[in-house]
Design a protein around this ligand. Structure first.
Ligand code: CS2
Length: 440
């Protein structure tokens, strides 16, 4: 079968062809994985289609490998997105850079007005080596030297206050004159992104080929639902993302907390407790769904505020329906990765708030104990703190809880010293690791 490219687009059904053909690259994206291709790239394409403003082509950079470049370059950067039963080719990406390519030259181009990032939670750790944020700063330095104008840098990673967090890490890497330029020319809006995008499988590629009638090695499969809430503080020009369904608001925090805690917190609980292979399988079990409802209703929802008039009950029901989507083969193992970087904002912040208010977050403790069991027993652990998490051989539940609670990058002192929390964790871990243990 012929490979997808601009030259053969006429073979693709008209309703499945790209909505826009950008003329200029106006957006640089760091971390061009499946999530970006199914989320921001789709918003950007729709924004161009809605306005006819074709200056917002995307230059996507990979952080670690040449895989995405190898897949997309032969296809003129075109790729298909299937959401539910609808599949079509997205046309907003114009260029893919590998880790070895010169990203700074793109960041210093005057046509570039916006940078977006999906570099995953672990990229925001202070660590050795330049990393994605180092590459961004190198680009900012080139842009300042070229006097190429203002820039908006939007973190699209699942972290609370992601804009301010990124701004802080960038500032740490800037020398004073550059810092001064950044303060005057660059903004870092916070944003909340939501769309479930499982890793693409060979079966997904085969399915896309059957639907499009051409081979597409860059295809992604996602759900119909999509959401993007962006803090409205742009330094300069931007794609009309609001015309594509994005919400521009003055305060992202209420949305961000709701999504990080209810969606991502439930996801992590599923990953560490369900024993299922796929998320949909986990929520097919009424007893497990009962647990998820209690986690959301009793431990997580009471920590949310600023949502007056918002239908929180409806939101929670819609989450369970999204998780149950049988068309999404979302592996729990994909969610279980990097737990040390995910747990704090998803489950530990709400636990701390519940404890401070005098409550016992027992469902959160059960999920955290599930993570403790996972990190001490999983045959392979994909986590930047893996060596410290694993421990050295079997130990009692109490000893495991003590050892893991002592890891300062994950647990703040107030949680570590909270006897109620420690007892809940120890009790939960004991029951989880006792054959036939009762989780209710
Ligand atoms: C998931 C997220 O892998 C994970 O940790 O919880 O990727 C989740 O699917 C997205 O945030 C949904 O918007």
């Amino acid at each position: 079968m012929v490979r997808l490219s601009r030259a053969i687009l006429a073979r693709v059904a008209p309703e499945a062809r790209p909505l826009a053909e950008p003329r200029v690259t106006g957006v640089v994206h760091l971390g061009i994985g499946a999530f970006h291709r199914a989320h921001q790239a789709v918003y950007t394409e729709r924004a161009m289609a809605a306005t006819g403003d074709d200056r917002w082509g995307i230059c996507g950079a990979s952080q670690r490998s040449t895989d995405v470049a190898d897949r997309l370059r032969p296809q003129d950067c075109l790729y298909g997105v299937r959401a539910g039963d609808e599949a079509r080719v997205v046309g907003s990406v114009r260029e893919v850079l590998t880790p070895g390519d010169d990203l700074a030259v793109r960041l210093a181009a005057p046509e570039t007005a916006v940078v977006t990032l999906t570099i995953t939670e672990r990229a925001y750790r202070r660590g050795p080596g330049p990393g994605a944020i180092g590459r961004l700063v190198t680009g900012l330095r080139a842009r300042a030297a070229a006097d190429a104008g203002p820039l908006t840098v939007i973190s699209c990673d699942n972290l609370p206050g992601n804009g301010a967090t990124l701004a802080g890490l960038v500032a740490e890497l800037c020398e004073p004159p550059l810092l001064d330029w950044v303060e005057r020319n660059v903004t870092f809006p916070a944003s909340m992104v939501d769309r479930i995008v499982p890793a693409t499988t060979q079966a997904d590629l085969d399915d896309m080929a059957a639907r499009l009638g051409v081979t597409d090695l860059g295809a992604v499969v996602t759900e119909p639902f999509t959401q993007w809430v962006i803090e409205d503080c742009f330094a300069g020009d931007r794609p009309a993302w609001d015309r594509a369904g994005a919400l521009l608001v003055s305060d992202v925090r209420p949305y961000e907390r709701m999504k990080l805690r209810l969606l991502n917190g439930s996801h992590s609980a599923i990953a560490y407790l369900s024993g299922a292979t796929y998320v949909s399988e986990a929520v097919g079990d009424p007893a497990f769904t009962g647990f998820l409802r209690r986690l959301m209703d009793e431990d997580l929802s009471p920590t949310l505020d600023g949502l007056d008039g918002f239908d929180l009950a409806g939101y929670k029901e819609s989450l369970l329906a999204r998780f149950a989507n049988p068309g999404l083969r979302h592996r729990v193992a994909q969610i279980a990765v990097d737990g040390s970087q995910k747990l704090p904002q998803r489950l530990l912040d709400p636990a701390r708030e519940r404890l401070a208010a005098g409550h016992e977050p027992r469902w959160i403790a059960l999920a955290v104990a599930g993570w403790m069991r996972h990190v001490t027993t999983a045959p392979e652990l994909d986590d930047p703190l893996a060596d410290r998490l694993r421990g050295d051989g079997p130990s009692s539940a109490a000893a495991t809880v003590d050892r893991l609670l002592a890891i300062e990058e994950i647990f703040t002192p107030d949680l570590r010293e909270n006897e109620t929390f420690r007892a809940l964790l120890t009790d939960s871990l004991r029951r989880l690791t006792t054959p036939g243990g009762d989780l209710s």
